[in-house]
Design a protein around this ligand. Structure first.
Ligand code: 6PG
Length: 234
């Protein structure tokens, strides 16, 4: 586990923003575009506001394509939606073409239909299966979940050709979600975990001790980085 310990949440957000800028520049130079999946929850918010303000000019947003590691089965205008948070803190603040942003569809569909639609969008956008995103940001739940892959939930072991799965009975509200599968996450060129706060300390310890939590199963073909603040690192 390549773990970088940062002083606090602000330093963690800055380090994450610098990785974003570096990876975007490398991907655009190499392939003409940068594909990134944002994570939900609260930890990424400061990263987003740094990218939308102080670092905005360091990214060619016209060549950035934004996906989501997971989504809560809520309307896109619901303030608890991961899309809503990303739009509020980043997407509405930068010159990214709307067609470059791929939210989950959560209206007038079931979670299963939403997952299937997203999987076909990924298959259409990427010319390889599983889709290889340049960067996937992930958070860590205190129970060891990441994205919406929760302990003791059968979706963890989705069949190898499953790209996106629907989640029911999530212990973290809302109960209904959709998430990139472990297969899709592990196909990424780079995966960066953002972990802040004392609440994550014990979970990090369990992962470092080798406990098979969902977050422990993230082992991408590419680069795996853990950005952790001192409070979480203990
Ligand atoms: C969600 C996220 C989830 C989150 C972790 C950490 O939909 O809630 O995808 O996986 O990243 O629970 O959340 P915090 O950053 O709020 O601690």
């Amino acid at each position: 586990m390549t773990k970088t310990i940062l002083k606090d949440g602000e330093a963690l957000a800055r380090a994450a923003a610098e990785h974003f800028i570096r990876l975007a520049s490398e991907a655009i130079a190499a392939r003409g575009r940068f594909t990134v999946a944002l994570s939900g929850g609260t930890t990424p918010k400061r990263l987003h506001t740094l990218l939308a303000n102080e670092f905005r000019r360091k990214v060619d947003w016209s060549k950035v394509f934004v996906f989501f590691g997971d989504e809560r089965f809520l309307a896109p205008y619901d303030t608890d939606s991961n899309y809503y948070m990303a739009d509020e803190t980043l997407l509405s603040e930068v010159d990214i073409p709307p067609e470059n942003v791929f939210p989950f569809i959560t209206l007038e569909v079931t979670p299963e239909e939403s997952a299937a639609i997203y999987a076909s969008e990924l298959s259409r956008f990427f010319d390889e299966t599983p889709p290889r995103l340049d960067l996937i940001f992930l958070g860590l739940g205190e129970d060891g979940h990441t994205a919406s892959l929760f302990p003791d939930n059968e979706v963890i072991t989705a069949s190898p050709d499953t790209l996106v799965v629907a989640v029911h009975n999530s212990p973290k509200p809302p109960a209904e979600r959709m998430t990139l599968s472990l297969n899709t996450i592990n196909a990424a060129r780079t995966v960066i975990f953002l972990v802040a706060g004392t609440g994550k300390r014990e979970t990090l310890q369990r992962i470092e001790n080798g406990e098979a939590l969902p977050a422990s199963l993230v082992n991408p073909e590419g680069t795996l980085l853990w950005l952790v603040d001192e409070a979480a690192a203990g």
